[in-house]
Ligand binder design. Structure first.
Ligand SMILES: [Zn+2]
Length: 288
């Protein structure tokens, strides 16, 4: 394929795979997202004077005398996985309604399941707690569903005096009325009563449960919040006001957030003895 031939930006998975299969096109896409005005600055020292080494697709900074790639200071930093595979992974996770397992992604990209799992966790890190318009949903993992836990969580996240609709779980009794305008739907009778409804929540729950039971199956409690973040991201990116968002919109929404996000092996596993000693060059490097 002729890399210099301009292709329209992809709208479907198939177009995305073709588009990003070309390393130059992939690189240009990521570069434009990162430096929209075309002025490349060093991510380490912010200096603007650099030279581009085209054959290796990296820059040399004249100020700090170090090289940098497009991945430095992004969620993909240190990853030997090519941008083409990263882009496809971002596309798939941003758009798969029920999520995508590391086994499926590994097979789709031709990488090991462990590598795919680590990539997915990094993408979930990017999806975490993003604001989107006025209808942003948030999701939090709580250790139990006692009255104290649930009401504390609501107090932390909902502005005093707001209108709060809940179902009729007893944990929402006592206390809510003092701080909020609280209205309740009794789910054993109906999901909607006039303006009062919890349909959005019910819809979200059914999607989350489907991804956890159908796709991910055995999620450790330690990682649960990441799967919630992923579903929250997709849920918040269904619409922008009245406009329905498409796959390309969701992809660029997540891709535009890769800067400044990091997730290392030890962050992810809770183990400090990372087998990936990039500084000393010892140990067994894990290829993600
Ligand atoms: Zn520099």
């Amino acid at each position: 394929m002729d890399a210099t031939k301009p292709l329209p930006e992809p709208k479907t998975l198939q177009e995305a795979v073709v588009y990003f299969s070309d390393p130059d096109r992939c690189f240009e896409y990521a570069k434009k997202l990162r430096w929209p005005d075309g002025n490349v600055v060093c991510p380490r020292c912010d200096a603007a004077k650099n030279s581009f080494i085209k054959t290796r697709r990296l820059w040399f900074c004249y100020a700090c005398k170090r090289q940098f790639t497009i991945k430095v200071k992004t969620i993909m930093e240190d990853s030997p996985i090519g941008l083409d595979k990263w882009m496809a992974a971002f596309w798939l996770l941003a758009n798969a309604k029920n999520g995508i397992s590391s086994h499926e992604l590994g097979r789709a990209l031709g990488v090991t399941q462990t590598t795919a799992w680590f990539m997915l966790q990094r993408i979930r890190e990017v999806m975490k707690k993003q604001k989107w318009g006025n209808t942003t949903k948030i999701g939090t993992v709580v250790p139990n569903v006692t009255r104290e836990t649930l009401q504390n969580e609501i107090l932390k996240n909902v502005k005093f005096g707001s209108t709060v609709y809940t179902d009729n779980a007893v944990a929402y009794d006592n206390g809510m009325q003092r701080r909020f305008v609280h209205d309740v739907v009794n789910k054993t009778e109906a999901y909607v009563r006039g303006q009062v409804h919890v349909n959005g929540m019910e819809n979200f729950w059914s999607l989350l449960k489907r991804s956890l039971r159908g796709t991910y199956v055995a999620v450790e409690p330690f990682h649960l919040s990441r799967y919630v973040d992923e579903q929250v991201f997709r849920f918040n990116h269904r619409k922008d006001g009245e406009r329905k968002l498409n796959d390309a919109d969701r992809f660029s929404a997540v891709m535009s957030q890769v800067l400044g996000r990091r997730l290392t092996y030890s962050d992810l596993t809770g183990k400090s003895d990372s087998p990936h000693h990039s500084e000393t060059g010892t140990g067994t490097p894990i290829p993600f």
